[in-house]
Design a protein around this ligand. Structure first.
Ligand code: B1M
Length: 213
């Protein structure tokens, strides 16, 4: 079997103990880390996600697949974040309140670090006050927020409004993303930028700061 297909298959089946070896094999075959991530691990998680949507998989299966994917990401992470340069700016990153999805956010964090940003990752279920406290604490250039549920996407706007109320809106660029978020939605809620995936999130972050990429 094609090694990327094998990784996708093992991820889908939640084979947390077998995924790392398959990822190592793909890397040894010269497949670039980002391709292993998107065409292998991510594909497997998406497949189980689609089955879940059609009521053909249960949440524990999705969770096991997510853990298997994380086991693979742990191997890829050092390769993806290795930029070797001084941080170009600080990004505060998090998944918004009431949302526990963190895989996409973690990928965005890795790609940002790999592009030379310092990333302050606040984790998941982050309320507006926590984003604001982090921005005030660090010399932050970008606030990057992820939302994976259609019920939590409106919270992106809540945070932007809270920034305005605190007089901090002009201090940071706001970058948003996540499956239910679109470019149009980002404009409507007053964000500065949107990206559909982690690689483009890193490009967009540079663009927002007028840095070349
Ligand atoms: Co959840 N879940 N989930 N889930 N889950 C989805 C998102 C869903 C689409 C599944 C479905 O129905 N098909 C659905 C949302 C429907 C909707 O609102 N439209 C859903 C649901 C309903 C739920 C629960 C409500 C289920 C329940 O309990 N009944 C529940 C909610 C829990 C909560 O958050 N409060 C829930 C729970 C879970 C698990 C805990 C089991 C697990 C999360 C584990 C974890 O994250 N540690 C889980 C998972 C794994 C998924 C799916 C299968 C995969 C999500 C994922 O990690 N994708 C998902 C279905 C699917 O996507 N096929 C689903 C891979 C990841 C790389 O993609 O996160 O989209 P993504 O990130 C992308 C881009 O969006 C972008 O870059 C990444 C790729 O490069 N991106 C950004 C992300 N953030 C960005 C930020 C940026 C820019 C780009 O700038 C800052």
């Amino acid at each position: 079997m094609d090694i990327l297909k094998e990784i996708a298959d093992k991820t889908e089946k939640g084979k947390q103990l077998e995924v790392p070896a398959a990822v190592q094999k793909a890397l040894a075959n010269g497949i670039p880390p980002y391709k292993v991530l998107t065409n292998g691990l991510q594909k497997g998680l998406e497949t189980v996600g689609d089955r879940f949507k059609r009521n053909q998989a249960y949440i524990p299966e999705v969770l096991l697949a997510a853990r298997a994917m994380q086991a693979g990401i742990n191997i890829l992470q050092p390769l993806l974040v290795e930029s070797g340069e001084k941080p170009i700016a600080t990004v505060v990153l998090g998944t918004v309140k009431d949302d526990l999805h963190d895989i996409g956010k973690n990928m965005v964090g890795m790609m940002l670090e790999g592009s030379g940003f310092q990333v302050v990752d606040l984790g998941v279920n982050v309320p507006a006050e926590k984003f604001i406290a982090a921005i005030q604490d660090k010399d932050t250039s970008i606030l990057a927020m992820s939302a994976l549920l259609s019920t939590t996407a409106p919270y992106l706007k809540t945070v932007i409004e809270a920034l305005k109320q605190k007089g901090l809106r002009e201090n940071v660029k706001v970058l948003v993303g996540g499956a239910p978020v679109t470019e149009q939605y980002a404009i409507e809620i007053g964000a500065d930028g949107f990206a559909p995936d982690s690689a483009r999130a890193a490009d967009k972050a540079k663009e927002l700061l007028n840095l070349k990429y």
